[in-house]
Design a protein around this ligand. Sequence first.
Ligand code: NAD
Ligand code: DEZ
Length: 371
Amino acid sequence: MKIIADANMPGLELFSRQGTVVKVDGRSIDPATVKDADILLVRSVTRVDEALLADSAVRFVGSATIGTDHVDLEWLAKTGRHFAHAPGCNARAVAEYVLQALLLVCQRQGRSAATMSVAVIGMGNVGSRVARWLAALGLKVRACDPLLKEQGVETGFALEPVESVLDCDVISVHVPLTRNGPCPTWHLLDKNRLSVMGPEKILINTCRGPVVDNSALLALLKAGQGPASVLDVWEDEPRVPAELLDRVVLGSPHIAGYSAQGKENGTRMVYEAFCRWSGLAAPLPGTEEALPALRLDVTDEAGLLALLQTAYSLPEDFRRLQESLENADPAWAFDQLRKQYPFRQEMHRWDWQGTASEPFRAILNALFAPA
Ligand SMILES: NC(=O)c1ccc[n+]([C@@H]2O[C@H](COP(=O)([O-])OP(=O)(O)OC[C@H]3O[C@@H](n4cnc5c(N)ncnc54)[C@H](O)[C@@H]3O)[C@@H](O)[C@H]2O)c1
Ligand SMILES: O=C(O)[C@H](O)[C@H](O)COP(=O)(O)O
C-alpha cells in the first residue's frame, strides 16, 4: 500500500506498519505525486479536490487538522473516497493561546481581563472551551452559534445572533471557514461589523484568516479605529501583509493549535479512522513522560500569565513572525516557522505545585484538568 503523507505530520510511524510511507512537502503534493497512491495524509496546506485526485488511486484521505476548508468534502463523498479528520485534536492548545493573548493585551492596556465581557463566535470544540475557561476567569461570556441554536444544542450559554454580541469588550472567533450553507463565515467580520467594534475592543482570530476581512481591518487600524487585534491566521497565507503585521498587537504564523499533544492527537485520530475503515485494530495510546514541577503561585492575572508563559511565549512567536518578513521570501519563511515549530506542551501535562488565590482556582482547575 502506498501512502503519500505531508512530511510535517509528526507520528507517521503509525502508518508505516500498514504500507510504504512517502513523505512529501505539503504544498508540493500534485496529481503526479498521488497518481499511484492508495492513501493520502495531509495538513491544512494541501488543497484536496478533483483537480488533485481525479486520476489517482487514492481511496482514503486523512487530514490531521480540525479545519476542513482545504478539502472538497462533497467531491470526495460523491466519488466514494473516504475522508477522516481530527475534530477537537488541538482545541486545548488554541484555548491556551487565546487565554495568553487576552492576558497579554490586557496587561499592555493596564486593564483586568476578569472585568470584561467576551463574545465567543462559534461554540464547537474550541469556542466552547474558550467560553468555559474565560467564564472561569470571571469574564462575562456571550456566545454566538446560529447552527447549534437551530439544532437546539445545549452549550451552557445563551446563543445570540452575531450582531448582538459585537458590543462585548473582546471578540474571539472560532468558526470553520465556509463559503456556502445557511451561515457562511467568509468575511463574517466584514467592514461593517469591524467598524462597530472600535479601538477600545480586542479582536482575537485563531480560526481561519478569511473569516475576518483583512483589508477592512487594516484600513480601520490605519485610521486608528480598529480593534486591538491578535491574529494567528491571515487571509492569504503564507503571505502576511507587513502593513497589517505592523499594526496588530500580537501575531503568529498559524500555530495556535501547535502543541505536542494537538499534533499527536491529529495523526492518531486519523490513524484510528484509517483502522476503522480498513478493519484493523487500533493501537492503545502510549503514555507520555512526566514534565518537571511548576512552582509558581497565582494571586493575580500577571501570575496566571507568568504561569502560562513557563510553557509557551506568544510574544516569541510574534517576534519570529516579524523577523520572517525580513526574509527575501517571506512566504517561504512563514512556512519554515511552521515546519520547524518547537511544539509546546499543554498546561495539563505539567505538574503544577503552586497555590492560587480564590478568583483563579476555577481557571487553574480547568487548565490542569487531565485531557
Ligand atoms: N489556528 C489554529 O491553529 C487552529 C486550530 C484549530 C482549529 N482552527 C480553526 O478553528 C475552527 C473551529 O474549530 P472547532 O474545533 O471549534 O470546530 P467545530 O467544528 O467543533 O466548531 C465550529 C462551530 O462553529 C459554528 N459555526 C459555523 N458557522 C457559524 C457562523 N456563521 N456563526 C457562528 N458559529 C458558526 C458551528 O456550528 C460549530 O459549532 C476550525 O474549523 C479551524 O478552521 C484553527
Ligand atoms: O485546523 C486545524 O487543526 C489547525 O488550523 C491546524 O493547526 C493547522 O495546522 P497545519 O495542518 O497547517 O499544520
